[in-house]
Design a protein around this ligand. Structure first.
Ligand SMILES: [Zn+2]
Length: 391
C-alpha cells in the first residue's frame, strides 16, 4: 500500500481542494482513483460525452470477489460558489475552524465520498480482499448540472459489462440533526409541462372578431386545479402541482393577445408516473377545448425524474439497525426533497440514501462538523460489517 492518508476528514479536505465545479474535474477524479487503488480497488475511468452536453470523467471501481455485491454511489462535482466575497472561509481551502470543515462540497457531497472510501479501506484492511462479497463505487463528476454523462451512463455501462449490483447506498446528505437520524428510501419524481395556447389576435373593442387565449387558459387551469392529484400515502406526501409561469408578452391594454404560454411543475409520488400525468393533463385540457372554436394548443413535457420507492427490505433493515444502534433512536425513512442520482440506479438494484446532515448545501460557507464526518465513516463501516456478516 502506498503512503496515503485514509482519514475521512483529511480525504474530504483533499477533495474540496480540487475546485470541481461541474463539469470541471481539477484532479478530483484522480484523487479518488489514487485512494481507491492504494488499497487494491480496480478502477475504471469512464469518460462519457454526447452532442448535447459537456464531456465528463467518472469512475467505477470494485474490490472483492464472489458473493453479495454492495455499491456506494456519489458525485464529486459541486455547484458554483456564487459571489466569492460573501464567503468568510475560502471555498476551496478546506479550512477547519472550531471543529467545522468549510468549503464548497463539504456537505454535498465530498464528505460522504471520503467516508465510504475510508470505511471500505478500513473494512478491507481488517477482513482482507476475500471478505466474501464485492464492494463497488459509482462516482460521477456530473450530478449538479446536466447529469447526462454521469450515473445514468455508468449504470448502463455496468449492464453491458455484465456487472450485477445487488444493493446501493447513495451518499447524498439525508440527516436532519445528526448522521443516521434519517435515510431516504425513495424520491418524488419531477416533470415540467409547457402548454402553449393560440387564439386569434384582435382589438379589445372588437372581441367578436378575436379569440382570447387567456380566457381559455383560465378555464383549463381551473379544471386542472379543481382536485388534488392525490392524498399521499404511507411513504409519500401528496403530489404537488405548481404553475410556475404564465407568459403573454403583451404590453398593450387594447390588444387581445394571440398566444399564452404556461409552465407547470409537478412533484409527484409513486401513485403517478410521468406518462400517467401526461395523459391526465391532456384529458383535462381536452375536456375544455372540445367545444371551443379558434383555439389550438400544444403540450410539451419534460420528465426530469420518475418517482421511486424502495420497499423496506434487507438493505433498509441493515442500514436502519446500524443507525439505530449508533443514535439510540428510530430512523426516519424519508422520501422528501428534490431528485437525486438514485433515480438512475433504482432500475438496476435496491437503493437508498444515507449521508451527512443536510443544512448548508449549495450555500455560502458550506460546512460540516468533523465529528459528523467521523460518525458517517463509522456508520458506513458498520453497515459493511453487517452486510457481509462480520459480526
Ligand atoms: Zn449532491
Amino acid at each position: 500500500m502506498k503512503n496515503i492518508d485514509h482519514d475521512p476528514v483529511v480525504l474530504t479536505q483533499s477533495l474540496i481542494k480540487c475546485a470541481s465545479i461541474t463539469p470541471e474535474d481539477n484532479g478530483v477524479i484522480d484523487c479518488v482513483k489514487s485512494h481507491l487503488e492504494s488499497f487494491g480497488c480496480e478502477c475504471e475511468v469512464l469518460e462519457f460525452s454526447s452532442e448535447n452536453s459537456y464531456n465528463v470523467k467518472n469512475i467505477f471501481a470494485s474490490i472483492g470477489g464472489k458473493g453479495k455485491h454492495l455499491a456506494f454511489a456519489g458525485h464529486t462535482d459541486v455547484v458554483p460558489i456564487g459571489d466569492k466575497n460573501s464567503w468568510t472561509h475560502k471555498p476551496f481551502d478546506a479550512e477547519i475552524i472550531d471543529e467545522r470543515l468549510y468549503g464548497r462540497g463539504a456537505e454535498d457531497m465530498k464528505s460522504a465520498v471520503a467516508c465510504f472510501i475510508s470505511a471500505t479501506h478500513r473494512f478491507v484492511k481488517k477482513y482482507g480482499e476475500n471478505f466474501g462479497g464485492k464492494i463497488s463505487f459509482v462516482i460521477t463528476n456530473d450530478e449538479e448540472k446536466d447529469a447526462i454523462n454521469g450515473t445514468k451512463k455508468i449504470m448502463e455501462w455496468t449492464k453491458t459489462s455484465k456487472i450485477k449490483i445487488d444493493d446501493c447506498i447513495v451518499g447524498e446528505p439525508t440527516a436532519n440533526n445528526t448522521v443516521g437520524d434519517k435515510i431516504k428510501i425513495g424520491r418524488r419524481g419531477s416533470t415540467n409541462f409547457y402548454l402553449k395556447i393560440k387564439g386569434v389576435q384582435g382589438h379589445t373593442a372588437n372581441s367578436n372578431r378575436a379569440k382570447n387565449p387567456i380566457h381559455f387558459l383560465i378555464k383549463v387551469l381551473q379544471n386542472i386545479m379543481a382536485n388534488p392529484l392525490d392524498e399521499g400515502n404511507e411513504h409519500f406526501l401528496p403530489s404537488s402541482l405548481q404553475i410556475a409561469t404564465i407568459d403573454v408578452g403583451n404590453t398593450a391594454s387594447n390588444v387581445i393577445p394571440e398566444t399564452v404560454q404556461v409552465t407547470i411543475n409537478i412533484r409527484f409520488n409513486n401513485l403517478h408516473t410521468g406518462q400517467s400525468l401526461n395523459k391526465l393533463l391532456n384529458e383535462k385540457i381536452q375536456a375544455i377545448s372540445h367545444n371551443e372554436k379558434n383555439i389550438s394548443y400544444s403540450l410539451r413535457q419534460e420528465i426530469t425524474g420518475e418517482s421511486f420507492l424502495t420497499e423496506p427490505n434487507t438493505l433498509v433493515n441493515i442500514v436502519s439497525e446500524v443507525c439505530e444502534n449508533t443514535n439510540g433512536q428510530k430512523v426516519i425513512l424519508g422520501t422528501d426533497g428534490g431528485t437525486s442520482d438514485a433515480r438512475f440506479i433504482k432500475d438496476y438494484c435496491r437503493v437508498l440514501e444515507l449521508g451527512i446532515v443536510n443544512n448548508t448545501l449549495h450555500k455560502v460557507d458550506e460546512s460540516v462538523n468533523i465529528k459528523e464526518i467521523q460518525k458517517l465513516e463509522n456508520i458506513y463501516y458498520n453497515i459493511l460489517k453487517k452486510y457481509f456478516d462480520k459480526n
